[in-house]
Design a protein around this ligand. Sequence first.
Ligand code: NAG
Ligand code: NAG
Ligand code: NAG
Ligand code: NAG
Ligand code: NAG
Length: 451
Amino acid sequence: MRSYSILAVAAFYATSTRALNNGAARLPVLGYNTWNFYQCNIDEDLMITTANLMKDLGLQDAGYNYVNIDDCYSEKDRDANGFIVEDKVRFKRGMKWLNDEIHALGFKTGIYSDAGWQTCAGYPGSYQNEVRDGLTFTEWGFDYLKYDNCAIPYDRITREGVIGRFRRMAEALVEVEKQTGKALVFSLCEWGWNQVWLWGADFGHSWRTTGDIDPNWKSIAKIIDFNSFITAATDFHGRNDLDMLQLGNGHMSFEESKSHFTAWALMRSPLLIGTNLSAITPETLSILKNEEILAINQDPVVGKSISPFRWGINPDWTSNKTHPAQYWSGPSSHGVVFMLLNTLDEPATLSFNLTESPWIRAGRQYAIRDLWAHTDNGTAIRQITLDNVPPHGVVALLLKDDGDEPEGTYPECAKWWQCTDRNGTIIGGHLVDPQLKPVDLRLVDQANVVF
Ligand SMILES: *[C@@H]1O[C@H](CO)[C@@H](O)[C@H](O)[C@H]1NC(C)=O
Ligand SMILES: *[C@@H]1O[C@H](CO)[C@@H](O)[C@H](O)[C@H]1NC(C)=O
Ligand SMILES: *[C@@H]1O[C@H](CO)[C@@H](O)[C@H](O)[C@H]1NC(C)=O
Ligand SMILES: *[C@@H]1O[C@H](CO)[C@@H](O)[C@H](O)[C@H]1NC(C)=O
Ligand SMILES: *[C@@H]1O[C@H](CO)[C@@H](O)[C@H](O)[C@H]1NC(C)=O
């Protein structure tokens, strides 16, 4: 009897909590966010200019369809009735007007608030005003809410952990949807201090996993390293948010920018551009518009992140902020995706066996698509070697099943420890204790690989 009621409670908790994630956006959100380049120097003209640039530069056509305002858009104080009001100078025509303008250009729009008393820049936070603010943002016409984690009240006021503090807004958004029919995309900005990847999906579309990104390779490598251990948290229900895209800010080489974009997109992070669009180069645009890589980020059928299958120069499962995992793969509806990173400061050769990736079928050959060269690069049997990968550079490949591997490919199996004749002989089992199994040494070390 007792265990029955505990089960009932658990089932209630599971449904009621997951029901707070309204699934308002099933795929990673693509768009623009003001914080990284402009911080508080934002106004309605900038937002209109940004939306127009997103369109004129072809970014909207590429899928970047959100234009998001970050911190600093409001007056420092709520009005006499307790409502957040737009900054009377910088957003003088009001958010409703602004949203109408930007929506008319075909975009969705995002706004920002905070789980504490104040936002990180000291503007009103939504603590104890969650439903009211959710209604305000909805009435203003926003589609998306980024929710930050600054100025948290004393423990004796909240009597909650971080989950309880973010749940307040998740519950409020359910109420707002009930009242208005509008489901805001809820993006948690919790900075990853409290294992948000374990509970963020109960509430929202995505959750930031680290502190703020900086526009340099050091920061990119550090974020890739951190996220390499928690890729399993990402799927359609919600995703690790690796923070804004920083390519094109002038502090990264072309190769570093490609690596940054590839890692973010293939880890199925939201992709929000955080640079000065007026100064964007054709080179940066060509990266942001890589449609083959965006297609995987936006895959409507498979929502999983790529994950490392081998760390490379460092032992597997080593966290190293400057030298993250190098060999990654993941499933997609287009084929098996591979990301190979050269984390060294000099060119390197990167080589892997196909079946190191769990999504590869043994005994099959694969057609290789290079997602940066946009070329078909022949057929891989068992193994791929990439010469001369540039410093901090990336190779992104899509492998499509291309039928049985050629008759007589040796050894019989790509993984010798999973290769047994029906009579019990382990083929190529030179590492197996000869006391335990008969060993056929003829086939040892004949790895005959082709690329
Ligand atoms: C953005 O880039 C444009 C073009 O280079 C430049 O005129 C403008 O000052 C930049 N904006 C800021 C805030 O630096
Ligand atoms: C990170 O990995 C590189 C390459 O193996 C190594 O040289 C460096 O010492 C490592 N850093 C730390 C802090 O272990
Ligand atoms: C694929 O072929 C193209 C065109 O020859 C080349 O630029 C690219 O480097 C090749 N990719 C790989 C992974 O070898
Ligand atoms: C068992 O299988 C191996 C590998 O196919 C073969 O070389 C060996 O002759 C077989 N042994 C017997 C007793 O059939
Ligand atoms: C790749 O396959 C070859 C041939 O079976 C094997 O010797 C090698 O250890 C494998 N490498 C990795 C990293 O699994």
